[in-house]
Design a protein. Structure first.
Length: 406
């Protein structure tokens, strides 16, 4: 049983729930037989736990504990269920197949994370006999995502899976999904004012607060290797829009450094704006940090694409010794870890498993089956020691040759 350390908005510690297990599809002779239980404005996501530094100040022990600890709560404070809690019986699968249902998917940005989500969704929808009639990407622009949703609704999908890019600006578009009667499942973000079990089925995510915690411990480990102690000056580069999961990562990182490592000073802390070039925006912020504080020991970036910008800024400044930790296991970040270039570790989501859970929860909606309002997969700390194993867990595929070759 996993512990749930709940850093709720009121600072109280929430109840325990079971953590995530790897989702798998059980294949029978004729197909699947069953689906098993798988100085800028900012918006805070969660407050630090009432127990400061709940995993302690030993990075190795804390990183191990994350395999059985879920920190995150849902967008509206919901306690997380585990992906392994989501299951369909043989009879339920047959009922879903008989519906000849259709699905629409509206994603937010391109990248390895999005591709893995789509792989999990596509495989599971196929196994359930649900045909995908629309699959779009907003390319990081609210207006694109709104247009994509409206176009997809022309196809009259039975279910709709989507990750809102700017929830407060997209309420009307998602309300059209609700009004259409399609069963809506959110990835990561949810629309304010919407009610689980009424307007949408569920929200599926990772323990993003926990991934922020993981990257903080990995930063501390790297600083000790460099400086001989858990000490140094670092920068924090975050996403300056109200995006729930990135807020959680930032808050988890900050709280862990502040509460567990008093000799690590967050000397720089700045967000970058949304736009078509997120790596470039992060590079601008990181370059300014390094200009103001040329001896910074490290910089944390909120996910792997902005981390690419931080690495570019470090290279331009001649700072080959800069320590970078981040979130999400994209190929560029993985190569950095493998080659010992800048990125010392990261906290990874499990996007394939999340896609599987989203498709299964869409089936819950079609069946009228009660669903948990929020599902979160465990954080996955990644370093050079477990890089190849982590890749397989994240993508359900063998690592590419770039990672396995010498």
């Amino acid at each position: 049983m996993n512990a749930h350390v709940n850093p709720r908005r009121d600072g109280t510690v929430g109840r325990g729930v079971r953590g995530a297990a790897v989702l798998a599809l059980l294949l029978g002779a004729s197909g699947i037989s069953s689906l098993p239980a798988v100085a800028q404005s900012e918006s805070p996501s969660v407050a630090p736990s009432a127990a400061a530094c709940p995993l302690g100040s030993d990075p190795d022990a804390a990183l191990q504990a994350l395999s059985s600890t879920v920190f995150a709560t849902g967008p509206f404070g919901e306690a997380p269920a585990a992906p392994s809690d989501i299951s369909l019986t043989d009879d339920e699968i047959a009922q879903v197949k008989a519906l000849n249902a259709t699905a629409a998917i509206a994603m937010h940005i391109q990248g390895d994370w999005t591709k893995a989500q789509l792989d999990g969704l596509t495989k599971t929808f196929g196994d359930l006999g649900i045909t995908i009639v629309s699959n779009t990407n907003g390319e990081g622009k609210t207006e694109n995502q709104v247009a994509n949703i409206e176009t997809a609704l022309v196809q009259k999908p039975s279910v709709f899976v989507s990750i809102p890019w700017s929830p407060g600006d997209e309420v009307a578009a998602y309300q059209k999904i609700v009004d259409s009667g399609a069963k809506l499942v959110f990835a990561d973000n949810a629309i304010p004012g919407f009610v689980a079990g009424q307007d949408y089925v569920s929200t599926v995510s990772a323990d993003n607060y926990g991934n922020g915690v993981a990257s903080a411990y990995l930063m501390a480990k790297a600083l000790k290797e460099k400086n001989g102690d858990y000490a140094g000056n670092i920068g924090v580069v975050w996403f300056d829009i109200d995006f729930f999961v990135t807020n959680q990562r930032r808050d988890g990182f900050r709280a862990t450094i502040k509460d567990c490592f008093p000799n690590i000073n967050m000397a720089e802390d700045q967000g970058f704006p949304s736009g078509s070039d997120l790596a470039g925006a992060a590079e601008t912020v990181a370059s300014a940090m390094l200009a103001r504080n040329p001896t910074l020991d490290g910089i944390w970036a909120v996910w792997d694409q902005p981390a690419e910008g931080v690495v570019a800024a470090a290279r331009a400044a001649g700072r080959d010794d800069l320590i970078v930790t981040t979130e999400d296991l994209g190929l560029t970040a993985a190569l950095g870890i493998k080659n010992g270039e800048f990125i010392h570790g990261l906290g990874a989501q499990r996007p394939y498993d999340q896609g599987v859970a989203e498709a299964m929860l869409a089936a819950y909606g079609l069946l009228g089956k009660e669903a948990p309002p929020y599902v979160a997969a465990n954080a996955l700390p990644v370093s050079k020691d477990n890089l190849l194993e982590a890749w397989q867990q994240v993508y359900h595929a063998d690592p590419p040759a770039e990672l396995t070759g010498n």
